[in-house]
Design a protein around this ligand. Structure first.
Ligand code: 5GP
Ligand code: ZN
Length: 113
């Protein structure tokens, strides 16, 4: 089982930022910005953005609905970033698709693209 599946199963504790039937969001254990939350589907279905297709894309929309909800709840009106690291060369370490929500001074100080 991957580390995120263990968190979803409750085998590894985490600080939850959001949860519904399909999506879990947790505060990252090693934050890279003042606000750093990781959003994931509750079932292990895709590794990263590369695996998204017409048959499985619905969960991606649900994740982005959750991101918008949490961003509003946290008052991130100054802006935020959403990042999917796809593949080891892009820095991916957990092979369970997830999206980083980054906000705050450190997360916004420079453009990455
Ligand atoms: P990736 O590098 O795969 O895009 O992102 C994986 C993220 O998961 C990293 O930012 C890492 O800090 C976070 N992470 C790894 N293990 C744990 C854990 O056990 N708990 C929490 N909250 N975050 C974790
Ligand atoms: Zn998993």
């Amino acid at each position: 089982m991957c580390v995120f599946c263990k968190i979803i199963a409750g085998e590894i504790p985490s600080k939850k930022a959001y949860e519904d039937d399909d999506v879990l969001a947790i505060y990252d254990i090693n934050p890279q910005a003042p606000v750093h939350i990781v959003f994931m589907p509750k079932t292990h279905r895709m590794t990263c953005a590369d695996d998204v297709n017409g048959d499985n894309a619905e969960i991606i929309g649900k994740i982005f609905v959750a991101i918008a909800k949490v961003a509003k709840e946290l008052g991130l009106s100054d802006g935020y970033r959403v990042i999917n690291n796809c593949g080891a060369a892009a820095g991916q370490t957990v092979p369970h698709i997830h999206f980083h929500l980054l906000a705050g001074k450190d997360g916004m100080s420079e453009s990455m693209i």
